[in-house]
Design a protein around this ligand. Structure first.
Ligand code: MN
Length: 244
């Protein structure tokens, strides 16, 4: 049996082909995986568990069927869907994971994270993150009408796009020192994250110990899934994963 990892699918009504890909992926995962970890940004945006978006409903149905089939689904919110809450978890059957989360993979300790916490050079973003993750502010936001939240979310998205276009490349990548700190603090030798949309497997040495950092690709160009089976870690395109 296999453990699967995906992140940054950014599912929305704007990309119906990716919704279909996800539904096929979930159906296939039910037959070959014992666990699936979704490491954030499953949705392009999530403005509250009361959202009645039709695409979101189909994603939740696919997740519910997957967990009903016996696959453990762990969901860690990303910077687009951090408002996924208890009602979302109940309807989809996923387990909400904290950021950071620790799992064991064939005896190896692995840290899972969305990835934005590792981008410590981006001070402006980290400040924004602290504000929007404030529980009191979140409760206030969630109490406003859905239509208003939709408008706020689309305004935030266009501002985010504009500010990302202005930022130098290295600012939007993980800070190597933050990676070492996280591995050290969690006594882990494997770090798995998404967020940067720069997939790869990086070998690093932390305090003389050989460690790896696996970066998951997004579902724009890469349609990426990472698979841990029989002690080995591989990455596949979803089309390859689905191939008989
Ligand atoms: Mn992200």
């Amino acid at each position: 049996m296999a453990t699967l990892f995906v992140s940054d699918l950014h599912l929305s009504a704007a990309r119906p082909d990716k919704l279909e890909l996800f539904r096929a992926f979930a159906a296939r995962a039910a037959t070959c995986a014992d666990a699936l970890y979704i490491l954030g940004d499953l949705f392009e945006v999530w403005i509250g568990d009361d959202d009645d978006d039709a695409t979101h409903r189909l994603v939740l149905e696919a997740l519910a069927a997957l967990s009903a089939s016996g696959v453990t689904v762990g969901f860690m919110p990303g910077n687009r869907d951090f408002l996924c809450g208890a009602a979302f978890a109940a309807r989809s059957g996923v387990n909400l994971l904290p950021d950071f989360a620790i799992i064991e993979l064939a005896g190896e300790r692995a840290v899972l994270t969305h990835g934005d916490l590792l981008c410590t050079q981006d001070l402006k973003y980290q400040r924004f993150r602290r504000i929007v993750r404030n529980p009191l502010l979140q409760r206030g936001f969630l109490a406003t009408p859905l239509g208003w939240r939709r408008r706020i979310a689309s305004g935030t998205q266009s501002r985010t796009r504009a500010s990302m276009a202005r930022k130098p490349e290295h600012i939007m990548d993980v800070e190597p020192a933050a990676v070492c700190t996280v591995l050290r603090e969690h006594d882990a030798t494997l770090l798995i994250h998404g967020h940067t949309h720069r997939p790869g497997l990086h070998e690093i040495v932390v305090d003389g110990q050989h460690c790896r950092r696996l970066v998951l690709g997004d579902w724009y160009e890469q349609d990426d899934v990472a698979i841990h089976a029989d002690g080995t870690l591989t990455r596949l395109r979803i089309a390859e994963f689905l191939a008989p």
